[in-house]
Design a protein around this ligand. Structure first.
Ligand code: FNR
Length: 197
């Protein structure tokens, strides 16, 4: 992104298919907490990304529809925000599956995650705030050549307590932490993108 004056475009998606996902709600709250200069779009769902299979990849050299759609959305964004649940002290299979698809070269030789600034956050009703899932997601993303923001990290624990089901939003303290993550992602993305301009 060479023009500093336009809004930074952030594409956000959750690693959950659940209708009432705490992680999807976290992104929706983030969309309310955006600092100036950012436009955040919450991607509807990764539900249409099929199970990765190298045979399927050969049959669809440009990628299955759901993969093409997500790749195009990521390519059009300056940065990505991923909210991951934690399953069995790791990232959910649906999210890892999505990263595996995104890590593959497109027919024109592009790798959509390579060089892309990314921030990771996560929410759980449990006590540890998705620490282990985030660590494993970070490791997988580093393998794709994406530029994963080192800090601040956001581990939302006790999600049932800090999320208000009536309003559909997280509490003020969580909103403040989301704003801090987005401000840092804005700086991180501008630095990283300026260095390749
Ligand atoms: C979980 N959950 C969970 N939570 C956690 O903090 N650490 C964990 O290791 C696990 N393990 C786990 C395994 C499986 C198979 C399921 C289905 C769930 C609970 C999990 O945090 C909870 O279901 C969240 O609500 C999932 O995130 P979304 O879908 O609400 O975004």
């Amino acid at each position: 992104m060479s023009n500093d004056s336009r809004h930074l475009q952030i594409l956000a998606f959750a690693g959950s298919l659940r209708r009432n996902s705490y992680n999807r709600h976290l992104l929706e709250t983030a969309a309310l907490a955006v600092p100036d200069g950012i436009q955040l779009t919450v991607y509807d769902s990764i539900a249409d990304v099929p199970l990765f299979d190298e045979d399927l990849e050969k049959e669809h050299p440009a990628g299955p529809d759901g993969v093409r759609r997500l790749r195009a959305a990521i390519a059009a964004a300056d940065a990505v925000l991923i909210a991951t649940p934690e399953y069995n002290q790791s990232l959910p299979g649906v999210l890892k599956n999505t990263i595996d698809w995104l890590s593959r070269k497109t027919t024109d030789g592009q790798e959509v995650l390579a060089g892309k600034p990314i921030a990771i956050i996560g929410a759980t009703p449990g006590a540890w705030g998705t620490r282990l899932a985030q660590a494993q997601l970070r490791q997988a993303l580093v393998a794709t050549g994406s530029l994963v923001m080192p800090a601040p990290m956001l581990f939302v624990r006790d999600a049932a307590r800090v999320f208000d089901a009536d309003s559909g939003h997280y509490d003020a303290a969580t909103q403040k932490r989301l704003t801090a993550v987005l401000q840092s992602l804005q700086r991180w993305a501008r630095q990283q993108l300026a260095s390749v301009d």
